[in-house]
Ligand binder design. Structure first.
Ligand code: GLV
Length: 335
């Protein structure tokens, strides 16, 4: 009998077909994620889970799933999974690093350029007739943005994505400074970037971009006190996780002009309610957690998650294992 796999969302058909060669697959085919109760119920009866970042895989769920051996997440972030608990229970956890670096870095730059050059505002200006109503074709002071050249980009978190964002900054002739808990001297040299403490980064950057995972240490890393340290002209970009920023403090900062604007792909609560105060601010650009959403990347993410599951089913250590300590607890495989 094949091991049983529950996939919490539909992915590309050929990836599901491939997995079906190794697993008895059940797919949650709704657009919306399975409610926690359903997830709990499904987890009880399966050997493997294919999850997304919106699925809450907590210790309660892991402990009530006696057959569960692996949780293969289709995302690089895994703050939705209690990894410590999984390791203790001998459950393998995998993610999809690397394959989404480019797409996420590109989206970060799309946001930087859009907020710096007021692209969304400008589109609205044309589309909703303001340009036409005013009757002014061109004005020296119309919709002025800011130039990137010569400005300072502050990268918080110099992992794969932060590193690539920093690398692209060179094409815009920007100065790049970064902060991370681990100093990356190799990259400092290679990319011509400079390490600074977080407070200094916030004080000196014209654009601050966040690329840290969400952990208890990074929750509300960007809080009121730190937002107050930023330049009044600064822009904040977040394509990492919403909770790295204290949203209430950010709204105050944007309303009261402590900073000039923000471009956000991630939020403390997703999906974002259209009545949320953020949606009424003009100096903000909002996208619905789509930084990795290119056809190429989503395919690679699904394939890597499947590869992890298949390797595990063959008794191999999955290629992108999050909790290597689990190997001491239990060998890979369903036997
Ligand atoms: C997306 O947010 C991811 O973690 O892959």
């Amino acid at each position: 009998m094949k091991p049983r796999l529950f996939m919490t969302r539909e992915v590309f058909g050929d990836v599901i077909d491939k997995l079906s060669g190794y697993f008895d697959v059940e797919v949650w085919d709704k657009f919306k994620e399975p409610p926690y109760g359903v997830l709990l119920d499904k987890a009880r009866g399966v050997d493997a889970l294919f999850t997304l970042l919106t699925d809450k895989i907590d210790c309660n769920l892991l402990s009530s799933a006696p057959r569960l051996r692996i949780v293969a997440q289709m995302a690089v972030g895994f703050d939705n999974i209690d990894v410590k608990c999984a390791s203790e229970l001998g459950v393998y956890v995998t993610n999809t690093p690397g394959v989404l670096t480019e797409a996420t870095a590109e989206h970060t730059w799309a946001l930087i350029l859009s907020i710096a050059r007021r692209i969304v505002e400008a589109d609205t200006y044309v589309r909703w007739g303001e340009w036409w109503r005013r009757g002014t074709a061109w004005h020296p002071l119309m919709l002025l943005g800011v130039e990137l050249q010569g400005k300072t980009l502050g990268v918080v978190g110099l992992g794969r994505i932060g590193g690539r964002v920093a690398e692209i900054a060179r094409a815009f002739n920007m100065r790049v400074i970064y902060y991370d808990v681990v100093r990356r001297r190799d990259l400092e040299e290679k990319l011509g970037i400079e390490y600074v403490e977080l407070e200094k980064l916030l004080e000196e950057s014209d654009i601050v971009t966040l690329h840290t995972p969400l952990t208890p240490e990074t929750k509300h890393l960007i809080n009121e006190e730190r937002l107050r340290k930023m330049k009044k002209t600064a822009l904040l970009i977040n394509t990492a996780r919403g909770a790295i920023v204290d949203t209430e403090a950010l709204i105050k900062a944007l309303r009261e002009g402590w900073i000039a604007g923000a471009a956000l792909d991630v939020f403390e609560g997703e999906p974002l309610n259209p009545n949320h105060p953020l949606t009424s601010l003009k100096n903000v650009i909002l996208t619905p957690h789509i930084a990795s959403a290119t056809l190429e990347t989503r395919r690679k993410m699904a394939e890597l998650a499947a590869e992890n599951l298949i390797a595990f089913s063959q008794g191999e250590i999955p290629p992108t294992l999050v909790n290597p300590e689990v190997v001491q607890k239990r060998r890979p495989g369903f036997a």
